[in-house]
Design a protein around this ligand. Structure first.
Ligand code: DAH
Length: 339
């Protein structure tokens, strides 16, 4: 009996010391496992005289039951402590600052492109997009710029083969559209263009927006009216435009369009180089050869066209001094265009 009590006491002591359910399980096995001390007692039964065996066996069973109860009790305690520790560890602190997920913004070129589309689609223009790899015919010849025409020198072209090139101007879209659609036409053609040109205001890849209107009785006055509306919406409510004579093979007459400087209001500043005016686009009355090339009778119809650089408009509008900022993808720069 004394030996049984010692076993129980030492088991209880060790169980109390076991802090984890794993450690407790090991203690339990030392007593109740296959090679544990209680099992050893049962094996020793053989040496007990036969008449004492039943009483002895019962005592061992009592001891085992007490031990089991004791271990179960301790196990419940340990598990509860483990659970609350885990809950404490895994608790979500709702007062902690969250992980920041930065919101993106539209690129300034995309913004200006969308704004241009908004302005001109409000006047009834439809968007038409041509291919970036263009045929020499659409980019030059059909635009009244045949091979060996000196005006081909105005644009440094990336030729892919004798026949194919990276389009240098969205004007190519005029021809593609007029081959398919007859007047009345009001087309807007945005897209990437490519030229072998590289400095603070020129990049080998940039974007243009082309406009074309063809109908009966279209004159330079119609162009002027639309450009005024464009300048007022894009730059400032008091913006004015002026036309200067220029040359493009696909328009006659051709003009360069200036907008009054939105920064100084026309008084003269560093942006407009003291002139009060900023050049924003090229335009003109569609040359009759271009209409003829597309099967449109120039005696019945006339039209105007214009083309502008989207990067240039964005740089003017937002005061950006280097075109490279638009392609560097520096988040510190792009962040400034948040609404
Ligand atoms: N394609 C010309 C350029 O890239 C811009 C231009 C000028 C387009 C006059 C036109 C136009 O449609 O009429 O420099």
């Amino acid at each position: 009996m004394e030996q049984f009590e010692t076993i129980f006491a030492s088991a209880a002591e060790e169980a109390a010391k076991a802090e984890t359910s794993r450690a407790l399980y090991e203690v339990r096995m030392q007593y109740l496992g296959r090679t544990g001390s209680v099992t050893a007692l049962l094996k020793g039964m053989r040496e007990i005289p036969a008449e004492e065996r039943p009483a002895y066996g019962k005592k061992i069973n009592d001891l085992r039951e007490r031990l089991e109860k004791m271990f179960d009790g301790r196990d419940a305690e340990v598990k509860e402590r483990e659970l609350s520790a885990r809950l404490r560890e895994e608790a979500v602190d709702v007062t902690m600052p969250g992980r920041k997920c930065e919101e993106g913004t539209l690129h300034p070129v995309t913004r200006v492109r969308n704004e241009l589309i908004d302005i001109f689609s409000g006047m009834g223009f439809e968007v038409f997009e041509g291919p970036e790899i263009e045929n020499d015919y659409y980019n030059f010849t059909a635009l009244n710029t045949p091979a060996d025409h000196p005006a081909r020198d105005m644009q440094d072209t990336f030729y892919l083969t004798d026949e194919f090139l990276l389009r240098t101007q969205t004007s190519a879209g005029q021809i593609r559209l007029m081959e398919k659609k007859k007047p009345p036409i009001k087309m807007l053609s945005p897209g990437r263009v490519f030229r072998s040109d590289d400095d603070a205001t020129h990049s080998p890849m940039f974007h243009q927006m082309e406009g074309l209107v063809v109908d009966r009785g279209i004159t330079l006055c119609d162009l002027r009216g639309m450009l005024d509306e464009f300048a007022r919406t894009m730059f400032s409510a008091t913006s004015k435009t002026r036309l200067r004579p220029s040359y493009f093979p696909f328009t006659e007459p051709s003009v360069e369009v200036d907008v009054s400087c939105h920064l100084c209001g026309g008084k003269g500043c560093s942006l407009c180089k003291g002139t009060g005016w900023i050049e924003v686009l090229g335009a003109g009355i569609v040359n009759r050869h271009v209409l003829e090339n597309c099967g449109i009778d120039p005696d019945e119809y006339s039209g105007f066209a214009f083309g502008m650089g989207i990067e240039r408009i964005a740089m003017l509008k937002y005061g950006i001094n280097n075109i490279k900022l638009l392609t560097e993808n520096d988040v510190r720069f792009l962040k400034q265009f948040r609404d």
